[in-house]
Design a protein around this ligand. Structure first.
Ligand SMILES: [Zn+2]
Length: 487
């Protein structure tokens, strides 16, 4: 499944339909009272830092700031790699992973969101093949807990902003979990609440597939816009998530779904791994009017590092490659089905043998996206959502979690103030997370007893929209690249 999606997604990125036009709501999005009133200061600095030396060099300043910061990455697909390969974070056995214990230490990461990524195919998989969607989410949650329990000196489970701050103090990496793909709850608000109990603190409403209550942006081919955004049940999902303090994540959703979320949201919303559409014209990225709306909501756009989403030139090159080798790649995927690393290695060999170079974009391209969001939405509304271990190509100089300090250096080089750097590295996310927690607390309701018990009925699920893939709910929509498959 990964193999197919790897090829298709990259083709789709460069050669799929043009980015659909944004459809802003008739009325401007309602500003979220919680975001406006309950958000704590954005500074992520730990208190009582010594004053910096007067003759501090640029490199020294970057190093100091990175060590001082609460560094948060909101999207990392390592659980899928761990699940498929059986490797351990302490010993990746020389495998080409972006994430392991040593890299996390070297990267100075404070909080890493492990992605509980549920491929659309799990919607229909029989138990004997690892399905369904909720079951796969449970499997990846267990993989994550296993790693935390095996490495108590390095990792700690975190389910709140306070847990992240405590981990920083203790010198451990806070591991959080976010579900990728709203079909994981199998249309059950009870399942949503149970995932919260297990520690899940955000959920992308869709992956590349439209589900029974929210439209996806898709990836290649015509998107399935059967709900024209968020359905009535989808609105209930958003409300229930915010009531229980689970962040609503708009990465992967269609523009109409995004605007539906903005209308419903009363607490800050995040895009856990999306970049700026104005710089890389792709429907997985956020348009400027969406960035402005996210800022009004008090939310944060966490920038995706994937070369294909940050560099238009790379996306076009990758598109040509995958179109030219479509047949060959299909054969390869048949042969290396579920071999996370085997396919990656074969793909790298194919790319290396190309006459036309396959140049990684410079790190500057990634930081351009941070600057753009800061310019359009404000410096309080941008952060980092790498997509490590879910993508095949990262910008030059970033080969994994250990490359994060390079971003800090570039931010300093570009003249960002200390306070701005701390916000971008994690302070902004902390503010949004704490805002969502404050909203949930203010509801003064119990997790389950006061929970929404609505059941989604068949009559509420329209057929796929014309031209879209005719399969049922998530259907076999293409995924992305890399070991996991999709951005
Ligand atoms: Zn993704």
């Amino acid at each position: 499944m990964r193999l197919r999606t790897l090829a298709l997604a990259v083709v789709g990125a460069a050669c799929g339909p043009a980015v659909p036009p944004s459809e802003p709501p008739a009325a401007p999005p309602t500003p979220a009272p919680i975001a406006a009133t309950a958000t704590p200061p954005a500074s992520a600095a730990t208190p009582s830092q010594p004053a910096p030396p007067a003759d501090e060099t640029l490199e020294q300043r970057a190093k100091r700031l990175h060590a001082e910061a609460i560094v948060v990455d909101t999207h990392n697909d390592i659980p899928t790699v761990l699940y498929a390969s059986g490797i351990d974070l302490a010993n990746p056995d020389k495998r080409p992973v972006h994430t392991d214990l040593a890299k996390m230490k070297a990267g100075g990461i404070t909080a890493e969101f492990f992605s509980i990524y549920v491929d659309a195919s799990y919607w229909e998989k029989p138990t004997s093949l690892g399905g369904g969607a909720a079951r796969h989410a449970l499997d990846l949650i267990d993989v994550t807990h296993r790693q935390i329990e095996r490495h108590p000196d390095a990792l700690v489970l975190a389910t709140s902003a306070a847990d992240i701050r405590a981990a920083k103090k203790d010198g451990k990496v806070a591991v959080l979990m976010g579900i990728e793909g709203g079909h994981a709850i199998e249309n059950s608000l009870s399942a949503l609440r149970s995932f919260h109990r297990l520690g899940v603190r955000y959920m992308t409403l869709t992956h590349t597939n439209t589900n029974d209550w929210a439209d996806s942006a898709g990836f290649s081919g015509p998107p399935d816009a059967r709900h024209k955004g968020l359905s009535s049940f989808g609105e209930d999902v958003v409300r229930e998530m915010q009531r229980i303090g689970m962040l609503v994540d708009v990465s992967h959703v269609s523009d109409d779904t995004f605007w539906g979320v903005m209308r419903e949201a009363k607490a800050p919303v995040i895009a856990s791994h999306s970049s700026a559409r104005a710089l890389t014209d792709h429907r997985r990225n956020l348009a400027d009017d969406m960035l402005v709306a996210l800022a009004k909501n008090g939310g944060v756009a966490m920038i995706n590092f994937w070369a294909l989403l940050v560099d238009a030139k790379y996306a076009a090159r990758a598109g040509r490659f995958f179109l030219a080798h479509r047949g060959e790649l299909q054969k390869l995927r048949g042969k290396l089905h579920d071999d996370v690393f085997g396919f990656r290695e074969a793909l790298d060999r194919m790319k290396a043998s190309e006459a036309e170079p396959f140049a990684r974009p410079p790190l500057a391209r990634l930081v351009d996206h941070i600057d753009h969001v800061a310019k359009v939405a404000g410096v309080d509304h941008v952060g980092l959502g790498s997509d490590f271990d879910g993508v095949d190509t990262l910008p030059e100089g970033i080969d994994g979690v250990d490359g994060l300090p390079k971003i800090t250096e570039e931010l300093v080089r570009r003249g960002r103030s200390d306070a701005e750097v701390l916000k971008i590295l994690g302070g902004n996310f902390m503010r949004a997370f704490e805002g969502a927690e404050a909203y949930a607390r203010a509801s003064k309701t119990t997790l389950s007893g006061d929970g929404n018990a609505r059941k989604l009925e068949a009559k509420d699920v329209p057929p796929p929209s014309k031209g879209a893939h005719a399969k049922g709910a998530p259907g076999p929509t293409p995924k992305g690249t890399g070991p996991k498959g999709a951005r």
